[in-house]
Design a protein around this ligand. Structure first.
Ligand code: 5GP
Ligand code: MG
Length: 192
């Protein structure tokens, strides 16, 4: 695995520091909502929706830092079938949790690229009448945005390159890489 890496863009300690910062901000913002509702049970109405499979690392690191009563409801969206490094649009591949009415929802993903995945999931969540909807991504690639979408919380901006690691895959591999890196062109097939 390591020999396939071209360049490390974000190392492991930097990812961990940033996740901790995002966790503090998200916790503070949710606490305001929950407090504003004036309802002691509101704390139990916080739902995190990680978009599988890319969001697994971000989700695990982030949620362990949140001292809130919350539930986790995963959804699956596919946009990069097989070994392709180009988005083919977003498709929901699992049921969305049914009971989101009145809940404070935070949608999590590994990366915001074209924006189609987040836009799709956020739209479906909003249709279910939640009390609030927030979006958090570890990485943002604004150069490739195809729809008008901005995440509420962003870990790092990355350049217009195909990246792997920290949950992001190429053909199912490299998700377990603890940093964010680019692959050698002979691996992605982008080379000559
Ligand atoms: P979007 O719908 O915003 O175009 O793409 C979001 C999804 O595409 C992400 O959840 C991620 O799975 C995938 N994706 C986008 N950019 C990259 C990238 O640079 N590397 C990898 N491995 N996946 C990406
Ligand atoms: Mg994904």
């Amino acid at each position: 695995m390591l020999r396939d890496i071209d360049r490390v863009l974000i190392d492991e300690p930097s990812l961990q520091v940033r996740v901790a910062e995002l966790a503090d901000r998200i916790a503070a913002d949710l606490a305001l909502d929950v407090g504003a509702a004036g309802d002691p049970d509101a704390e139990g109405r916080v739902v995190f929706i990680p978009i599988m499979t890319g969001a697994i690392m971000f989700t695990a690191d982030l949620l362990r830092r949140l001292p809130l009563k919350l539930s986790i409801e995963m959804v699956a969206v596919s946009s990069y079938p097989g070994a392709s490094t180009r988005s083919r649009g977003a498709q929901i591949a699992s049921e969305l949790p049914a009971d989101l009415a009145g809940k404070h929802v935070v949608i999590l993903d590994d990366i915001l690229d074209s924006g189609r995945t987040m836009q799709l999931v956020a739209g479906l969540v909003r249709d279910r009448d939640p009390a609030s909807v927030r979006t958090a991504v570890m990485l943002d690639k604004p150069a490739r945005r195809a729809v008008d979408f901005t995440a509420d919380y962003v870990g790092f901006e990355v350049p217009d390159a195909f990246v792997v690691g920290y949950g992001l895959d190429h053909d199912g591999y490299y998700r377990n890489l603890p940093c964010v890196a680019t692959l050698k062109p002979e691996i992605t097939g982008d080379g000559a």
